[in-house]
Design a binder for this molecule. Structure first.
Ligand SMILES: [Zn+2]
Length: 152
């Protein structure tokens, strides 16, 4: 039995497969046949051969890659398009944010500590010592908080 539609599809498929890069990676080839049949190319009017990366179709499983701005998997390390290491990227973003947060906390604590020490000297004798102690406690807390989480 000879079916020209199947022959044409097989020719196109062979051509498509031969055009794939020989890079040892996984490639996805999609065959979509006419809308009124599913999988049975002989009865369809046409078919579409598509080569492309396996990008997510469900929005809840996807994210926009920060490098190429295209849709890729949310929980997969590499972007399917540009192969950016998304985990490393996210970690770097988190680290930068954490550093800024730690710096803010440190500045607030040191400012409070200096203020308490400065104004403490105007307090009556018995309280001035405690104020100085409290001020130094703030300075110490500032030094501790200045170290961002995740740093060795
Ligand atoms: Zn990308």
């Amino acid at each position: 039995m000879k079916n020209e539609k199947i022959d044409a599809l097989l020719d196109d498929l062979r051509e498509t497969l031969e055009s794939l890069p020989d890079d040892g990676k996984e490639h996805r080839v999609e065959i979509q046949v006419g809308p009124h049949n599913s999988g049975y190319v002989a009865g369809g009017d046409q078919y579409i051969l598509r080569v492309g990366p396996d990008e997510p179709t469900r929005p809840e499983a996807s994210r926009i890659c920060p490098q190429c701005q295209r849709s890729t998997w949310r929980d997969t390390r590499e972007c399917v398009h540009c192969h950016l290491d998304l985990f490393a990227h996210d970690h770097a973003v988190w680290r930068a944010k954490e550093r800024r947060r730690a710096q803010r906390s440190m500045i607030i604590c040191i400012a409070l500590g200096l203020a308490v020490i400065f104004f403490g000297q105007f307090l009556p004798k018995g309280m001035a010592g405690w104020a100085a102690l409290g001020g130094f406690a703030f300075l110490f807390a500032g030094a501790v908080m200045g170290k961002p989480a995740g740093d060795a």
